[in-house]
Write a protein that binds this ligand. Structure first.
Ligand code: 2BA
Length: 108
């Protein structure tokens, strides 16, 4: 058995947990904080059979990979005194994943 520890962007966590559950994987979701940026992220604990690790990684790749998205950022035009938005490309998502051996898996 393996334990997959995945630190993901908190904005991706609801979707990826839903997809993992739908595919039959159990997971525990922890609210965590990155030690460097001190920003909130989500750590998922996923215990699974060794043969299914790649299936979990595929789901994580599909729903948590680093990608570019266009967002509308607020822009102020002070001379004409109105607010507008400008499309800006930002990097979102990303995951840090550890796959570790499990010595024992016990449910009491
Ligand atoms: P990432 O490397 O994508 O890491 C995202 C988050 O994943 C980290 O948040 C941390 O919560 C976790 N993480 C990454 N590598 C880890 C590891 N080896 N062990 C345990 N947890 C780990 P933050 O610590 O807030 O880091 C946010 C981003 O800042 C990192 O993105 C990286 O690009 C940068 N960073 C982190 N530590 C750095 C350092 N010492 N020097 C320069 N840049 C750093």
């Amino acid at each position: 058995m393996k334990l997959i520890i995945a630190i993901v962007n908190k904005d991706d966590s609801a979707t990826v947990v839903q997809k993992l559950n739908k595919a039959g994987f159990m997971c525990t979701k922890l609210s965590t904080t990155g030690g460097f940026l001190r920003a909130g992220n989500t750590t998922l604990l996923i215990g699974t059979d060794e043969k299914k690790v790649e299936d979990v990684l595929d789901i994580l790749r599909e729903y948590c990979s680093r990608r570019m998205e266009t967002v509308n950022a607020a822009a102020t035009n002070y001379s004409e005194q109105f607010f507008s938005t400008v499309p800006v490309e930002v990097t979102v998502g990303g995951a840090t994943v550890f796959v570790v051996d499990v010595d024992q898996f016990i449910k009491m």
